[in-house]
Write a protein that binds this ligand. Sequence first.
Ligand SMILES: C[S@@+](CC[C@H](N)C(=O)[O-])C[C@H]1O[C@@H](n2cnc3c(N)ncnc32)[C@H](O)[C@@H]1O
Ligand code: SF4
Length: 441
Amino acid sequence: MNPSAPKTNPIATVESLDHEGHGVARYEGKTIFIDGGLPFETITFSSYRKKPSFENAQAITIHNDSFMRVKPKCPHFGVCGGCSMQHMEFGAQVAAKQRILEDNLRRIGKVSAESMLPAIYGQAWGYRSRGRLSARYVAKKEQVLVGFHERRSGFIADMRECHVLPKSMSDQLLPLRELISALSIVNDMPQIELAVGENVTVLVFRVMTDINDADLALFKAYADRWQVQIWLQPKGPDSAYPLYPLDAPALTYSLPEFGIEMPFKPTEFTQVNYAINRVMVARAMSLLDPQPGEIIADMFCGLGNFTLPIARSGAKVLGMEGSKQLVERALEGAIHNQLDHLTSYEIANLFEMTEEWLDKLGRFDKMLIDPPRDGAMALCQSISIEHGPKRIVYVSCSPATLARDADILVNVKGYTLKNAGVINMFPHTAHVESIAWFEKE
Ligand SMILES: C[S@@+](CC[C@H](N)C(=O)[O-])C[C@H]1O[C@@H](n2cnc3c(N)ncnc32)[C@H](O)[C@@H]1O
Ligand code: SF4
């Protein structure tokens, strides 16, 4: 071989998708993760990260398009880190997520569900009612950028439109740049949190220094022009306060099937996709099937997204949650919906749950678990084999930790995994939300 001959890029065929939506191929004994590669495509690739057993690569030429391939709707796709699956047909995305869930349950959890639930999915675009945009003056571009981060860097993507945000928010991406450029605190305003509620849209500006009168006038003009309420956040999330207008309606989302309206503050956790959240809560309730008189635990209850629908059935619910602020909101929500006589809440670090502690809380007929990505290992390990709840509905944002916890519930605690399925809460991203029903026969 002539060492001075020009090096040609290697070619491989994608066999599957990994859990982040990369095409997985094999080349010379190594696993190659190809950005944007889809199963059955033969791709000339170039690696940008090489490790002894795997490489990360970008596609140079795709020689045969997969039947799943579609033209991405967003011009920023590929650069912006917000989406990773827009090149894949919407239904195929859902199917891929269902496969990822099944694969995790089998491989990590060593369990399989008696049946798989039909996937929950809804609108493909404009679904993201919550978001955190970064803002920065970029000297090289001589302008302020406002947006999500780029895929493989800490830089802010030069976002001019965004199709997963509601149109009313996408339309503000460029006006927000103008607003921030004009502020005296342009270099001390790194982030904007947005919350689109049913009756109001709130923009929370993280401010590192005080604003002056001219800034206040600019904020007021912006709020009037775009019909939003502006909040400032000088320190942590609970320091956020409304700036203008002060008479805007409160932020809320609703669960009409259960006659529930949830008030919340813009820096508090709520599910990002309200339409899918409604279907998810309804599915969780049909699996949990709460009955009047039952005693039910809602673990990682947040502001009561599941607690209140459970209480609406007439069951008594104990909600446990790590955030004091969310528990305060949950208490308010229970009163607002006249369900405080059936609900109680405790602030607790559930990652430190023990068998004795859970035992002291008393017996539960049923339990709902909706943990963060880390899952609920300590809680699952603490469930008593003899007198644990007869039914557990587990809502998960990480199939890997759901599978790990399913292993404990099924193979240690003796539950049966009745069924499981995905919820496409975040279309076009690789994020897999899922739900699983465990039963003690
Ligand atoms: C996926 S969210 C679910 C919230 C709620 N069930 C809902 O649907 O809005 C997970 C929740 O777990 C809470 N959390 C995170 N770590 C926790 C911990 N160690 N102990 C208790 N709660 C925790 C978060 O504050 C958050 O409210
Ligand atoms: S997050 Fe928005 S801007 Fe980024 S790729 Fe997705 S649709 Fe485009």
